[in-house]
Design a protein around this ligand. Structure first.
Ligand code: F6R
Length: 640
């Protein structure tokens, strides 16, 4: 048969140059270097560098690197003029969510840029002056000679600046109604209350963005993957304003591996370039072929391989059946209802060791609910199969509890005391202080330490209730309260020695045979990543201890994504009954139900996301030709 479907041109599908970095730190350094080079070159020529700047989570690491360069390498911002993309409307500049304040905190207050050289659209301008303000903002950019460099992030709906889907290519700087998904994603910055998120924002128009001499767009994490592949490989459409960047002659996308994971060169690299047929690459190609042709692995034919760009793989093995059976077996062996190992099983192909038959298992849960959301079925099986299961909740999770929830619990304590005739002035004083701080709390203020403690206690109670339901004793439930998390705001402190010590101490105390950790790097605030870093750091420190030779580490993914099917090394099946039991466990986290503070753009509740994902994994296994289960939880082994 003619090989008709294959086009082998390197990066042929990409319409915007895209550089992929292993992680966002290295990528941010590359961006900061480019900005610094521009500033220095302009400086030498006695000119001003005109920068277009963005807010949001993505550019923070770039700003941090620029500050470092200013402090350590003498990079001066005296010759910089900057214009930010957008600002909520209405918005006071000192409000905690204002982009003016964001820029001062993240960059301007730490470098020598003269006041008056930086500009952010004015969120306090009266409606009657708004149109003029927008025109003047554009005029100022033109007077400065246009933007030399525009930094961009990308919204979950493809917005650039706040140019939401539907924005035309020629739009000017204007007031924009925010998309519902943009407002939902910003909810966490507004105390979890959607109603408080402004409905409008002033944004630099698409036309002005496209006039910039150079544009660099940043994206980190898996959540950005679909938008990056649409922008880079899709058709230009107003429904995804980032696709307009395909028309710009000097745009570069700088992304980390997770954000790049939807690109064809990552998903199906054999269609883009020559690949080395390692086992994992073969598994990736065969599972992809099977799923895209909707044929089980064992039914794939020589023609299927030839017609879909896999003729070299076929040639390597001689015939389809040999590849099929090899990959089928590998997939089959990942399925195990015995996550702690099947006692007395001779079969060495199982994902876990049979011995010791009873293992000590330590589940690290970054927030107080990741254990049950991401691996509730496996947690339950480990307990039911007689292992000594411990859970270590790494952070208090206090910022994700609403004020209303805190109020209710504070009231409970007072009513409890009154009901039992306990006269306790201290309780009353704490109650009154906390209540008045909650009532008086403006958007610009953080919770008091007392309120944060209450919120943390609420989440502890929920986690304990889950552990009771699953059936582990209270002494096996550990709360680490890692200090990096305790800032009271979304922005956390960097990881410190104490954080690592808390993690390594518990590993040392328990000497586990199995560690389960959240290998999910895509959570919205980076907490999972810091928690994982603390575990990796501890493993490095403890690796020479004797007991560590017996310790296997399994990584699960958080609430946002699942491992790719070819990566999975252990898939733990769940019956319909086990799915319901897991749902009950997730329901114990009442503060995270019915509209959580950090919902993100996904409107589903956590139990729904977990069930959809676990059912999705089971369906994939079934489509590949394995047994049909109700749901499955997936793990990848980490070798240290
Ligand atoms: C910010 C802005 C937005 C963000 C986008 C991505 O000034 O204009 O377009 O760049 O919403 O936000 P993060 O980086 O938080 O994912």
């Amino acid at each position: 048969m003619q090989n008709t479907q294959i086009i082998r041109e390197p990066i042929a599908y990409e319409k915007i140059p895209t550089r992929i970095f292993q992680n966002s730190e290295d990528a941010s350094k590359a961006v900061a270097n480019e900005v610094a080079d521009l500033i220095r070159t302009k400086n030498k020529a006695g000119q001003t560098a005109v920068l277009g700047l963005a807010t949001g989570s993505s550019p923070k690491t770039v700003y941090a690197e620029l500050i470092r360069m200013h402090k350590e390498e003498g990079l001066s911002f005296k010759n910089v003029l900057s214009f930010n993309l957008d600002e909520y409307y209405p918005m006071q500049p000192d409000a905690i969510q204002s982009y003016w304040r964001f820029m001062k905190e993240q960059l301007f207050d730490h470098v020598d840029i003269p006041e008056g050289n930086y500009h952010v659209p004015d969120g306090t301008i009266s409606p009657s002056l708004l149109a003029t303000h927008c025109q003047e903002y554009e005029q100022k950019i033109e007077d400065a000679g246009g933007l030399d460099f525009q930094l961009l992030g990308i919204g979950g709906n493809g917005h650039i600046g706040f140019n939401e889907p539907g924005s035309l290519e020629n739009t000017k700087t204007r007031l924009m109604m925010l998309d519902q998904s943009t407002r939902a994603a910003a909810k966490g910055d507004f105390g979890g209350e959607l109603i408080k998120v402004p409905k409008k924002a002033i944004t630099l128009g698409v036309a002005k963005i496209l006039q910039a001499k150079r544009i660099v767009l940043l994206a980190w994490g898996e959540r950005k993957a679909p938008m990056i592949s649409n922008a880079v490989e899709g058709q230009v459409t107003a429904q995804n304003p980032s696709t307009y960047l395909q028309k710009h002659p000097n745009t570069l996308f700088i992304v980390d591996e997770a954000a790049a994971s939807g690109l064809k060169r990552m998903k199906t690299p054999w269609l883009v370039e020559d690949v080395e047929w390692t086992n994992i690459m073969t598994k990736k190609a065969v599972t992809n072929l099977s799923l895209s042709l909707e044929k089980s692995v064992l039914k794939l034919t020589n023609e299927d391989y030839n017609d879909n760009g896999l003729s070299d793989l076929l040639a390597l093995h001689g015939n389809a059946y040999d590849i099929n059976i090899e990959i089928f077996n590998q997939l089959q062996y990942t399925i195990s209802g015995w996550p702690g190992g099947k006692p007395n099983a001779e079969d060495t192909n199982r994902p876990e060791r049979a011995k010791p038959a009873q293992k000590r298992c330590l589940i690290f849960s970054p927030h107080p609910d990741d254990d049950i959301i991401s691996m509730g079925g496996t947690f339950q099986r480990l307990v039911d199969q007689g292992h000594d299961v411990h859970v270590a909740y790494q952070t208090s999770g206090n910022i994700a509890v609403s004020d209303e929830e805190a109020h209710r619990f504070l009231e409970f304590v007072v009513d409890y005391n009154t009901g039992f005739g306990i006269k306790n002035d201290q309780t009353m004083a704490i109650y009154k202080n906390a209540l008045s701080s909650l009532d008086a709390k403006k958007d610009s203020e953080l919770d008091t330490p007392e309120v944060r403690l209450v919120k943390g206690i609420i989440r502890k109670g929920e986690a304990k209730a889950t552990c009771r339901l699953v059936g582990i004793p209270e002494e096996n439930v550990h709360f680490l309260d890692m200090p990096f998390y305790e800032t009271g705001r979304v922005q956390k402190n960097p990881i410190g020695e104490k954080d690592v010590a808390l993690v390594s101490d518990i590993i040392e105390a328990l000497k586990p045979h199995q560690i389960y950790a959240a290998g999910d790097l895509a959570d919205p605030h980076g907490t999972h990543k810091v928690c994982l870093d603390a575990i990796f750091e501890s493993l490095k420190m403890l690796r020479d201890q004797n007991y560590m030779k017996d310790c296997w580490v399994w990584l699960y993914r958080g609430a946002w994504a699942e491992w790719d099917i070819h990566e999975i090394e252990m898939a733990v099946p769940m019956s319909p009954h086990q799915v319901l039991q897991k749902r009950r466990g997730i329901f114990k986290h009442q503060s995270q139900k019915d509209g959580v503070v950090f919902q993100g753009a996904d409107a589903r509740e956590f139990w729904q996301r977990a069930e959809d994902r676990n059912q999705g994994t089971a369906e994939l296994y079934n489509q590949l030709g394995m047994a049909e289960y109700q749901a499955m939880e997936a793990f990848v082994r980490y070798h240290f």
